[in-house]
Write a protein that binds this ligand. Structure first.
Ligand code: AMP
Length: 188
């Protein structure tokens, strides 16, 4: 199973990705988590990424694509994976197409979670209080939502045209949402 999990910030992608990973016995690969790990460990990559992340901007494609290519080539990714937070723009879709063609491993499906704007803002505010992420300032949150609407949301049409999109309502009980995702994937 090779999945993308997509949707706006605050929709619960990370939570659902972790559950799907457990269900299918495959790793979750989150570009945001990889960046945060590198920032915490003050690596060169982390220092470069931080300049963009704290403003709510996308880290340059070249850097991001390279990280994903490296990660998908690792041993634990051989039997499948869930990509969370990538691709985020049209050029990353193209890069991912190239990476997967090289590996000979096409996508199984793209899970798109959705929720209305007020629910998302409320969840983001709560997460900011709990996690204290450096990019959870009001300005960075607004910028991230703007980038999502302009650059990432249109990608759902791309995957819909390819017949890969599985749309799921991201509002409600976490386990019920998970069950909806699994039954939609199993029905494909
Ligand atoms: P996330 O945890 O997915 O919300 O990602 C946090 C931040 O990391 C984003 O706001 C971006 O600055 C950066 N980031 C994560 N994934 C990507 C990506 N695919 N392309 C560019 N920047 C990314």
């Amino acid at each position: 199973m090779r999945l993308l999990i997509m949707g706006p910030q605050g929709v619960g992608k990370g939570t659902q990705a972790a559950k799907l990973a457990e269900h299918y016995g495959i790793p979750t690969i989150s570009t945001g988590d990889i960046f945060r790990f590198n920032i915490k460990n003050k690596t060169e990559l982390g220092l470069e990424a931080l300049k963009f992340i704290d403003k709510g901007e996308l880290v340059p494609d070249e850097l991001t694509n390279r990280i994903v290519e490296d990660r998908l080539g690792q041993d634990d990714a051989k039997n499948g994976w869930i990509l969370d937070g990538y691709p985020r723009n049209a050029s990353q879709v193209e890069a991912l197409d190239g990476i997967l063609a090289k590996l000979g491993t096409p996508l199984s499906a793209v899970v798109a979670l959705d929720a209305d704007h007020d629910v998302l803002m409320e969840r983001m505010k709560k997460r900011a209080e709990i996690e204290g992420r450096s990019d959870d300032t009001p300005e960075a949150i607004a910028k991230r939502l703007d980038v999502y609407a302009k650059e990432t949301a249109p990608l759902l049409d791309t995957y819909e045209q390819r017949g890969l999109l599985v749309k799921i309502d991201g509002v409600g009980d976490i386990d019920a949402i998970q069950a909806n995702i699994v039954s939609a994937l199993d029905a494909r």
